[in-house]
Design a protein around this ligand. Structure first.
Ligand SMILES: O=C(O)CCC(=O)C(=O)O
Ligand SMILES: [Fe+2]
Length: 349
């Protein structure tokens, strides 16, 4: 049995205990950058998550031409096919072995982008799921502000409110097919090592489906089980929250943005946890939260952030985008998208 990554499990559903929960969340964000959020079914109904996975399965079964009709655009919405995105451009010679569909916010119950016709009947369910995710994004941002004693404590939350302006927030459905003998290449990775771009990411996975690994402080990678000990009997596996580069940058590096990847586990250094397999297609759903695009990323008003001095041995753990120069949330996102979608941007120069 391999050693799983050490990531705390936190229950944020108990509002009576808010201050302690907020402090625990911040400590986990400083220490690990990844947090399991216990899934009690209270904030996000289990049905809604199951529906979303079923919709993803339907969507990816659409004919390739139909998915390509909805190809990803500069607004970061739409379909990206196999090998199109390269999350670790410095080290990968082949793009990621995955396909993905990015869905932006709906307006009046309707997507504001082309979607494959086979998911049109499910638009109401997608809209509802996105609403739960948006509320959860606000709740976690609220807790982080309280736990960090930002002034005012709702600083992060108000900067994520839709009514304050458009943002890069995105729902992403992901499909990682099984590596077939004919396609197989030594160079294939499901998702190259990367840190996320935004403020926080919420990640949903299916029981038994291996693949996600996080970088440890010793420069190795450790698997992240879908169902860590103590959550086996919950209505659904916990979801993961991880800190993205923007929030790390915004807090002068205090909150940790952790490098992670998705592998074909089972061989060599790519270990697998008991009860999980890579023998079936893998699906995951990510919700990338971003503050309103015009937000200036000057360090957040918190004494703890102000007095934070990064450890001198931080080395690679320091986010490569943390060099301080003021930019907006939108500029930060554009910088990262250009690096990941080389072809989309280069073809149009
Ligand atoms: O599929 C996963 O488990 C992780 C995906 C991921 O890290 C990403 O899309 O940023
Ligand atoms: Fe990621």
């Amino acid at each position: 049995m391999v050693a799983a990554a050490k990531i705390p499990v936190i229950d944020i559903s108990d509002d009576a205990n808010q201050l302690q929960v907020a402090k625990d969340l911040v400590e986990a964000a400083v220490e690990h950058g990844f947090i399991y959020i216990k899934n009690t079914g209270k904030d996000i109904p289990v049905d809604s998550i199951e529906n979303a996975f079923n919709i993803a399965k339907v969507l990816f079964q659409a004919p390739l031409e139909e998915k390509q009709r909805c190809s990803i655009q500069h607004n970061n919405r739409g379909y990206s096919g196999m090998h199109v995105e390269t999350l670790d451009a410095k080290n990968q010679r082949v793009g990621d072995y995955k396909e993905a569909f990015n869905i932006g916010p709906f307006a009046d119950g309707k997507p504001q982008q082309p979607v494959p016709s086979n998911i049109v009947p499910y638009e109401a369910q997608i809209d509802e799921f996105q609403t739960y995710l948006y509320k959860m994004c606000l709740k976690i941002n609220d807790l982080l502000g309280i736990g960090l004693d930002v002034q005012p404590p709702d600083f992060f939350k108000t900067r994520h409110l839709r009514e304050n302006g458009a943002s890069g927030t995105m729902l992403r459905l992901l499909h990682y097919p099984v590596l077939t003998a004919t396609d197989a290449s030594e160079e294939d990775v499901r998702a190259g090592a990367h840190s996320d771009y935004g403020s926080i990411t919420m990640l949903f996975r299916l029981k038994g489906q291996a693949g996600l690994e996080v970088q440890t402080r010793h420069d190795g990678f450790a698997p992240v089980p879908v169902s860590p000990p103590g959550t086996e009997d919950d209505p659904a596996p916990p979801f993961l929250v991880n800190i993205g580069d923007l929030l790390s940058y915004w807090t002068n590096g205090l909150l940790r943005s952790t490098v992670h990847r998705v592998v074909f586990p089972g061989g060599g250094s790519k270990s697998i946890v008991d009860g999980e397999t890579a023998a079936e297609p893998r699906y995951s759903i990510a919700y990338f939260c971003h503050p309103v695009g015009t937000t200036q990323l000057t360090p957040v008003p918190s004494e703890r952030v102000k007095s934070y001095v990064p450890p001198s041995d931080a080395g690679k753990a320091v986010n490569p985008y943390s060099e301080r120069k003021v930019m907006t949330a939108d500029e930060h996102l554009q910088m990262r998208l250009r690096a990941s979608y080389l072809k989309l941007y280069n073809d149009e120069k």
